[in-house]
Design a protein around this ligand. Sequence first.
Ligand SMILES: *Cc1c(COP(=O)(O)O)cnc(C)c1O
Length: 375
Amino acid sequence: MTRPTYVYDLAALATHAAAVRAALPDRVELLYAVKANPDPGMLRTLAATVDGFEAASRGELRHLAAVLPDRRVAAFAGPGKTDADLVAALAADVHRVHVESAAELHRLAALARAAGRTVEVLLRVNLPVATPGAVLVMGGRPSPFGMDPQEAVRLAADPPAGVRIRGVHAHLASGLDAASAAAVAREVTDWAVRQVRAEEVNVGGGMAVDYDRPERRFDWPGYGRLLGEVSDAHPTVRLRIEPGRAVAVYCGSYVTEVIDVKRSQGRWFVIVAGGTHHLRTPAAKGHSQPYAVVPRGGDGPRTDGGPVTVVGQLCTPKDVLAYATDGPAIAVGDVLVFAMAGAYAWNISHRDFLLHEPPEFRAGDPLAVAHDWGR
Ligand SMILES: *Cc1c(COP(=O)(O)O)cnc(C)c1O
C-alpha cells in the first residue's frame, strides 16, 4: 500500500504567487511567512517571486540558510527570542529584526554593540484597531505579541545605541478579508507615521482563507488597490506584507487511501490511512477538510452516498478529517485527495502520536498522483 502522501503542486504555487505579486503595487514588498510551510521545494519556488522570507525562529533561520544560502533573510520575528536567537539573527545579517518588547530591544542592542554592529529593527506594536471578521486575533487586546503603542513611542524617541528603529511591524489578526485587512493596514500606517515617524511599515499576514468554501479566495487585486491608496497617502513609507497561509494553502494536498468503511448507528465512517497526526489542520481549526474522491473500483464495503465522517488511524475521537452530509459513495480502496493542505498542515501536526509512519512528500499534480495510486 502506498503511504499517505503530501503532494505539493509547485507549478500552481508559482502561478498563484505571481498573481499575488502582480496584484500588489510594485512598491509594496511581499514577504512569505516561512512558518506556514517551510517545504524546501515551496521555498525555492517562491524565491523567484517574493521579495523575501520572514523567519519566526532560529530553526527557520537555519533552514533558510540551508535551502536558500544566497538569499538574505528579510525579517526575523517571534516572541521570546533568546540571546542565542538574537546572536543567530546578527550572524545571518537579517535585513530587519522585529522586536517584541523593550527588554528584547535592549538585549539586542547590547549584543549588537558587543559585535560592533548596528541592527535595523521594526518594533512590533499591538495597536487597538478593529479587526472585523477575524478568525484569530493577536492584537488590540492584552497579548503576548508586540508592545503597547506608548512603549513603542517611548523607545522610538530614545533608542539604545546599537539599534536603528526603522518603523513598525504589526500582525494583528488572521482571517481578514481584503477590505478589513486594508483598513487595518491603513490604521497601522497612519499611526506609525504620526507617532514614530516610521520609514517602513510591515502590516503582517493573516489574509483570509475559507476552508468551507474553497472557491472563495482572498481578493488580492482589491487588496492591492487599497494598499496602493495607503501607499499613496504615505509616499515616503516602505510598505510590506508577510502572508503565509493564503499564499501556500491551495498548493498542497494530502492524498490517502480508504482502509475501511463501516456503518455505526446510522452513520457512515470512512477510515483512511494516516489522519490528523499528518494533517492536524481540521482538528486544530475545527473545520471539515475539503476532499475529492478518486474511485478505484474496489468490491469491498462502500457508503451509499449518505452522511459520512472521514477519520484516520488514531485511537481518539478527535481524529476527524472531514464530515460530509452527502457526496459520492466511497469504497474501500478509493483514494481521497484532501485539498487546502499546503499551509499549517504537516508542520503543525503531532507527528509522533501513536508512532505511525510519516507521510511521503512529492511535487506534482495531486489528481495525477491519485489516479496512479498504487501503480
Ligand atoms: C504567522 C504569522 C504571519 C503569517 O500569517 P498567515 O495567517 O499565515 O498569513 C505573518 N506574520 C507574523 C508575525 C506571524 O506570526
